[in-house]
Design a protein. Sequence first.
Length: 206
Amino acid sequence: MVLVGPPGAGKTTVGRLLARRLGLGFIDVDALIVERAGKPIADMFTEDGEDAFRALERAVVAEALTTTDGVLALGGGSVLAAVTRERLRGHRVVHLKVGLADGIRRTGMSTARPLLAGVNPRATFKALLDARAPLYREVATVEIETSKQSPHQVVRKLLEALGEEAAADPRPEPPVPPGDEPLLPNPTFGRPVETVPVGNNDDRRQ
């Protein structure tokens, strides 16, 4: 299962929880890229340029799609490559949608995200959402709205949409009254690689 979506959609947070609920492994492509390059993504953009980063991204995604047997979270810009969109055919692809306000809240317009750096990051983020939305829809098997949702709410909707039976959560959270669940947090970006193999419920990056 592959998760796509813009920055702030919660791909890593939701993907990690989804993998746990399905008893599958989880891999974050951005983290794989950082491990392969040996430096943060922001540094890749600055030192090597976006073209070099995108080339590495295409290679890492191609490899991950053939070797991952679990949940795979792609970087927000992975779908910009036509070859990647073609490779996604035949996979179950989940488009995690996020609105402008929630996307801005979650990313915090982080300077670690090179494409959001600039004089007017809000306008840049809106333009990014507008430009990429058709590409996410093109590859998606299902679309799930994440705005004003907690990770558990998103995963419940996703499992229902896909008709998947989830395993009992080995670490269930205490019941929370409807409407009081914490919203998706600020996402991670460019951290070292994390894989969660089957049967490993260690969420060190929570």
